[in-house]
Design a protein around this ligand. Structure first.
Ligand code: IPE
Ligand code: IPE
Ligand code: MG
Length: 261
């Protein structure tokens, strides 16, 4: 999509967004953007509201991020929605999150189809409540022929769990299917991860200012550019994503080498 097309289809609600769009080089977009959506609880606390209200408000940010990513022409958007560690939270918060997720998937399916978005999940969704799993399967199934953005939610996801799951399947293939251990290299291991076949994230965004990766995509972010904002997830808007892309394009990615001067 050219910048002109993009400007035509995106509702322009600020001069700032237009300027940011003007600054984006569409030939050098990140292929995969991954986001650690954080700060919902703090957003609610600031307003003296229960934490779940922060999660509810965060859904608008999810919508805007997904829509903007699709229209920018990104290949993959991965949103970290529930970690394997998040089961430590109060039961009421967890069940509230699951309910919001179910409603979100139901209400968004048509929009995903309309925007040619393919939906997916990474993690261990089999441990989620059955009704949530049903919605996840429905969204995945119904959007499987979409050709545009792959939008995936990391649910009951842990980076170390992903590596352990992958290595277990790899070991089984060595034992039962004659895979020769001597042939195992980085590309082999990558094929056993939840993200098999996908480009690694070029850009990793974390909201709410925390400077940690919280067990997210440990293998895949080896050379991702990291962009952290103090903005809390429910306040994250299109302009923040555009700003992250603009900043990403100013970075010099060296991958351990040197840049010819
Ligand atoms: C992120 O917001 C959402 C999830 C982890 C599900 P938090 O709920 O972690 O919000 P804070 O970090 O407590 O503000
Ligand atoms: C990371 O946020 C997990 C998700 C965004 C789903 P957390 O709020 O759970 O991470 P920590 O506890 O601050 O590391
Ligand atoms: Mg948090």
């Amino acid at each position: 999509m050219s910048r002109e097309d993009l400007l035509a289809v995106m509702p322009q609600d600020s001069v700032e967004e237009k300027q940011l769009l003007d600054g984006i080089d569409f030939a050098r977009l990140p292929r995969h953007v991954a986001v650690i959506m954080d700060g919902n609880g703090r957003w609610a606390k600031k307003r003296m509201m229960p934490r779940i209200e922060g999660h509810r408000a965060g859904i608008a940010s999810v919508r805007e991020t997904v829509e903007t990513s699709a229209r920018l022409g990104l290949k993959v958007l991965t949103l970290y929605a529930f970690s394997v560690e998040n089961w430590k939270r109060p039961e009421l918060e967890i069940s509230g999150l699951m309910l919001l997720l179910k409603h979100y998937l139901r209400s968004e399916l048509d929009t995903m189809l309309k925007n040619d978005i393919r939906f997916g999940v990474i993690g261990r969704p089999e441990a989620l409540p059955a009704d949530v799993q049903d919605e996840l399967m429905r969204a995945t199934e119904r959007t499987r022929h979409s050709q545009g953005l792959l939008f995936q939610l990391a649910l009951n996801y842990g980076g170390r769990t992903e590596l352990a799951d992958g290595v277990r399947r790899l070991a089984a293939d060595v034992q039962a299917n004659g895979l020769d251990p001597a042939t195992i290299d980085e590309a082999t291991l990558a094929r056993y991860l939840y993200t098999a076949g996908q480009p690694d994230p070029d850009l990793l965004i974390r909201t709410s200012g925390e400077l940690r990766v919280s067990n997210f995509l440990l293998w895949q972010i080896a050379y991702s550019e990291i962009w952290v904002t103090d903005v809390l997830w429910p306040d994250f808007r299109r302009r923040h994503l555009l700003q992250a892309v603009v900043d990403y394009q100013r970075r010099e990615r060296r991958y351990g080498g040197i840049v010819a001067s």
